[in-house]
Design a protein around this ligand. Structure first.
Ligand code: FNR
Length: 380
């Protein structure tokens, strides 16, 4: 309500409360290279657009007179109580957008009480980000390296730095065909800083013939070779299960059979996601994949969702389609680009405020009371 009261007393927020406007503002501020990196999708961009369309097509049917005076947004996720069904998705190389980068995003998330999922491709070593997180929940996203020693080293570092939840991204065994990056020659990993988390890793460095500063190009090539590993299969997950005691969540699951395989491999959750439309051009919209995955494993695994969330009502729709909580990517990246930590906090506060209002106005006092029966599809 602070945002609302501010508006009533004439205090204009520094950033717009319609978060869909942030991309355009960031483009004006930073130019096409950095924005292309964030906004860009695979192929002709139609998957990213389909993600939005699949959420928009679904409409909430509000209920009246259901006493929503006392509301509680908290949810149980992976044995933890989160204050709201929202977390910040892993987004790599944030130094491209703002010099305060990952520590600023992590501090913003901690201040608002939502989990921040730190990317393996962070431009800040994970130990430094962990410090910025204070007492907040620490979730670490793994790009599962080709070399087992590097993977083991990342997991050991993450454990030592107090990360408890591991999010393993499966949809990026190769970087996709992303024309906006290719046309701008803007492959962020090739901007030295982008790989700081790797470049500081002892196992990664051990694989280099010469130190990073003496031959940065060779280090980047080594990184690319480490990152790309299209040879993995489901039994390989046993290695991660042995190495990590806490919950493991597989990110990038779209097919219900893959979700079943995740359950059989002893995983704790899945993120139904198409990487924000950045990997498989022409892939199913994430919101269209969600109900089938939730139906297949919702009773066994924690089902999370991302790809296309921009507003509070999008979150309500994802809950109705079977998600326990959602992650949001691009909006907070733009918030960071425009106003550092305060910009990320603005994005989180807007999403939470709009979620709370949308739930209340639709007749729900808690996220758990939303179900498939609360949605219709356009034209239905
Ligand atoms: C990502 N995403 C991502 N995912 C991941 O597991 N590790 C990573 O390092 C990154 N990096 C990354 C960079 C940028 C610029 C974007 C936009 C996305 C994917 C991210 O976690 C999430 O799946 C999507 O961003 C969700 O879609 P929306 O919210 O951006 O539509």
């Amino acid at each position: 309500y602070e945002i609302y009261l501010g508006g009533m007393t004439g205090a204009i927020p520094r950033l717009p409360t319609d978060l869909t406007r942030l991309e355009e503002l960031t483009e004006r501020r930073l130019g096409p290279g950095p924005v292309g990196y964030v906004a860009g999708g695979a192929g002709d961009g139609s998957t990213a657009r389909a993600n939005r369309a699949a959420l928009r097509r679904r409409r909430i049917v509000p209920r009246m007179l259901r006493d929503v005076h006392e509301r509680d947004l908290s949810v149980e996720v992976l044995g933890r109580t989160l204050p709201a069904p929202l977390a910040l998705a892993p987004v790599g190389v944030l130094s491209i957008l703002h010099p305060d980068a990952e520590p600023a995003a992590a501090r913003a998330a901690a201040a608002q009480g939502v989990p921040y999922i730190l990317s393996s491709a962070s431009s800040t070593p994970l130990e430094q980000v962990a410090e910025a997180m204070g007492d907040a929940e620490r979730w670490f996203q793994l790009y599962w390296a080709k070399d087992r020693e590097v993977t083991r080293s990342f997991l050991d570092r993450a454990k030592r730095a107090g990360f408890s939840v591991l999010v393993v991204t499966l949809d990026t065994p190769l970087l996709a065909w992303r024309p906006r990056d290719l046309d701008q020659a803007y492959l962020p990993f090739l901007h030295g800083v982008g790989t700081a988390n790797y470049f500081t890793d002892p196992a990664f460095r051990a694989g280099l013939a010469r130190p990073v500063h003496e031959d940065p190009d060779a280090a980047v090539l080594h990184f690319v070779g480490m990152f790309a590993d299209p040879g993995k299969t489901w039994p390989d997950l046993a290695f991660l299960r042995e190495q990590w005691d806490g919950p493991i969540v597989l990110k990038g699951v779209l097919h219900p059979d893959d979700a079943r395989l995740a359950a059989e491999a002893g995983m704790d959750g899945v993120v139904v996601s198409n990487h924000g439309g950045r990997q498989v051009a022409g892939s199913v919209a994430a919101a269209d994949a969600l109900p089938r995955v939730a139906e297949a494993v919702g009773d066994r695994l924690t089902v999370l969702f991302d790809s296309g969330i921009r507003t509070g009502d999008d979150i309500v729709k994802a809950l109705a389609l079977g998600a326990r909580a959602v992650l949001v990517g691009r909006p907070y990246a733009y918030g960071l680009a425009l106003d550092g930590q305060a910009g990320v906090e603005h994005v989180v506060r807007c999403l939470l405020a709009e979620l709370d209002l949308t739930l209340a106005l639709s007749g729900h006092a808690t996220p758990g009371s939303v179900s498939a029966a609360d949605l219709v599809e356009d034209g239905a």
